[in-house]
Ligand binder design. Structure first.
Ligand code: 5GP
Length: 188
């Protein structure tokens, strides 16, 4: 069985960038491609960034038991497909689930051995600046995401590991150490 690492943190904290840099350093890290009902952003590709699904199809897949976790976030549905976790079943593989808080809680129940990492911003204000600066979301969406972000920040104590993404390189170093520790655990 591959090692599962859950990475949670508020929108705009830089999870995607930290994970991309981690994967450049540790090639055995695979990213689970989630399903979502939200529309693709410019440049996002179906089957690569997400499996983009119609709401009816998403609901049908919930009914079919296709998800290991799923949650509603800012008016849209997101979920981790069971098939994504079944693909890599090598002891030396790490599968990263980049998911929000409710999904992380579900995985904590169903897969207690999975490492749970929370990526935190240096401050709430830096989150707002990053979301506005990213330029991918409307003002209303940014407000929704910041409201959710407050709840997520309040829950960071639930996570066994918290990494503050102040300097990007340091955050990637910290995550790499955790991942290498997981992999070494598999060998011992
Ligand atoms: P975005 O719309 O910015 O791509 O993602 C919004 C939020 O949904 C992020 O916090 C992201 O981590 C989370 N997310 C992405 N995929 C999943 C998933 O499969 N399950 C859950 N629970 N959250 C997800």
């Amino acid at each position: 069985m591959a090692h599962v690492i859950v990475i949670t943190g508020p929108s705009g904290v830089g999870k995607g960038t930290v994970i991309r840099l981690l994967r450049e350093r540790v090639p055995s890290v695979r990213l689970s491609i989630s399903a979502t009902t939200r529309a693709p952003r410019p440049g996002e590709r179906d089957g690569i960034d997400y499996h983009f699904l119609a709401t009816d199809d998403f609901d049908q897949m919930i009914a079919d038991g296709a998800f290991v976790e799923h949650a509603r976030y800012a008016g849209q549905q997101y979920g981790t497909l069971r098939s994504e976790l079944e693909e890599g079943d090598d002891d030396g593989d790490v599968i990263v689930l980049e998911i929000e808080l409710q999904g992380a809680r579900q995985i904590r129940e169903s897969m207690p051995a999975a490492l749970q990492v929370f990526i935190a911003p240096p401050s709430f204000e830096t989150l707002r600046e990053r979301l506005v600066g990213r330029g991918t979301d409307s003002a209303q969406t940014i407000d929704e995401r910041l409201t959710v972000a407050r709840e997520e920040l309040d829950a960071q104590g639930e996570f066994s590991e918290v990494i503050v993404n102040d300097r990007l390189g340091d955050a990637v170093d910290a995550l790499e150490l955790l991942v290498q520790g997981q992999l070494r655990g598999a060998v011992d």
